[in-house]
Design a protein around this ligand. Sequence first.
Ligand SMILES: Cc1ncc(COP(=O)(O)O)c(C=O)c1O
Length: 473
Amino acid sequence: MNDRRTRPIQAEILRTRPMSVTRKMAADFPRLRAMAEQRGLTLHHLGAGYPHPEVSSPERYIAQKEAYFSHLARVRDPESPDRARRELMRELYNYGDTLGPRSTREAFARVYGHDFGFSMDPDRLIPTMGATGGIALVCSLFERYGGPLAYIVDAPTYTGFVSRASLYQKARFYSVPMDEEGPIPGLFRAQVKKAREDGNFVPLYYTVPDGHNPGGISFSQARRLEILDIVREEGLLIAEDAPYTYISYEDEGARPRPFVALDPGHTIHLFTASKIGLPGPRVGFLYTEAGAVVAGDEKVSIKDLLVIESAGDLLFHNPESLLGFEAYLMDDRLEPRESLWPVAATKNAVYGENRRILLEGLQTWLGDYPDRFSWTCPGAGFFTVFTFKGGQVRTDAAFVEKLVATYGVVTIPMFGFYPEDAKERDPLAGLDQLRLSFSYNERTGDGRRQDMLDAVRAFAHAARIESGLPGID
Ligand SMILES: Cc1ncc(COP(=O)(O)O)c(C=O)c1O
């Protein structure tokens, strides 16, 4: 990679893709951990948005998969289940279809459609490598256009999307500030207009409406409808990244509906099993009922274009992995589940408890200073966004390092989640905010609860001292 032909490409990639803050934190983590340990500090995890080990057991996942494969073999050939199982395994380790096994798509469409109140067509489901694979697939489709592309995104937005989309050098991002209900409609409309006036093709708005990462909110139902109206009028699509739709803390009747349930014709929905299941098997599905106009008036479905794109890219998704996820859609008797909400409930008992400990801790130790501190109250997902008000504290990389080295508290700074245009509007964008995650720590049960409490206490203590207030005794 060092000859004269590749050097300009490398330089361009480095210029357009500086290392993300999250990756930099991960790279620096061993050094910071050593520094904290040298000072005798316990390390408090409020940084990583990982699934909690207490509610994501690979052993159980694998055991369910094994039991299901044997069950399928018995159903296939009750006389010689061993032979049927060998046959099944041969299929699962052979070349397969780009869309994966139909049975998996049928099982998923039934459960997901039931859980989110819409009719899902299994033939429109495209397997992806998690939501990350879905993002890559969507981007690569629109990059076929060849000209300048603009994506509407939130400010702040998920860096995984920006990283992938900016591999295309003619991609630009037009970001829309958010309030506690979601993107602000007037500014959304203005950004679409501006992106077009600047000569871009504007295919879509990328967002994470439930448990926004990193925004720490879920969009209100009313705001979703307002955004949908604009999207329909402007002829855009919504790329709805949905890792946290099941990780919801709202009562059943109060949960806002995902865009895909409201209007599948204007949505490209990216489901991932990473949070409701496990990230390792890399299971995800893209779903859309959107049509596209190509070559004059001929209408071709976006899904068909995406299947071609997917076939040319990864050819086919791992069938064993997909059937393993199908097993996850079965109950203990290996009968199809009607719903994944009971599975979500066991996870959300843990995440919800962590969330409560965090939010109550912030209220207890910082609630007396509303003019100094605020934080979001997430309806779903793993994150709250914490704001230092009044401009005294600057949450830059040095500050975040200091939180680790001096107080043992790991957090993620928000400034790296703001796209360039947001920083042009406000050079201090995100420099008063931190993303606090409540999804992950190392122990389980009472140990987990205690660790969460210790983490929020240590964070609140640090926030007070760094703001010039007395610490917690
Ligand atoms: C908003 C968002 N999109 C995508 C991902 C990546 O998900 P996956 O593991 O399915 O690739 C994450 C993971 O944290 C996320 O928060």
